[in-house]
Design a protein around this ligand. Structure first.
Ligand code: HEM
Length: 124
């Protein structure tokens, strides 16, 4: 949602098209990342991208609805550890930088996704 100061994060990111472009690059980075791509070996990638776009769009105040499972349900039993989580965030930051997302928007988005860590990481 837009705050008193103006545009929502969704608008500042550039809307759904820009978010889709970032997610495409992000998932491409993850696919090429030997540290973590094994986790996604049997994943339906187009569906994953669709869920990520809607999740980010909705969290950023955009007109989307996330229809996937909770972060806890989704990642339960995967054995994701801190190193895997950090690798994925690195791949996301690379995608945001590739698309020249500004620092404020980048920090804001990472600030929304970061707290999900406790529902995703289950191994030290
Ligand atoms: C803030 C970080 C993360 C976010 C926001 C996130 C978000 C999501 C979302 C929205 C889905 C789709 C949910 C659904 O299918 O209902 C998903 C699936 C998945 N995530 Fe994550 N995730 C994160 C971190 C990670 C990490 C660190 C790993 C492993 C290195 C991981 C591995 C997976 C895998 C393998 C799937 C697909 C599961 C399947 O095939 O059904 N995720 N994630």
């Amino acid at each position: 949602a837009a705050g008193a100061k103006g545009k929502s994060l969704y608008d500042r990111l550039g809307g759904k098209g820009a978010i889709t472009a970032v997610v495409d690059t992000f998932v491409g980075n993850v696919g090429g990342d030997k540290r973590i791509n094994g986790y996604f070996a049997t994943t339906d990638i187009p569906k994953l991208k669709m869920h990520l776009v809607n999740q980010i769009c909705e969290a950023a105040g955009g007109p989307c609805t996330y229809t996937g499972r909770t972060m806890k349900q989704t990642h339960a039993g995967m054995g994701v550890d801190e190193a895997a989580f950090n690798a994925l965030v690195e791949d996301l930051v690379k995608a945001l930088d590739h698309h020249k997302v500004g620092k404020a928007e980048k920090d804001e988005l990472l600030g929304i996704l970061g707290p999900m860590k406790s529902d995703i990481v289950e191994k030290k």
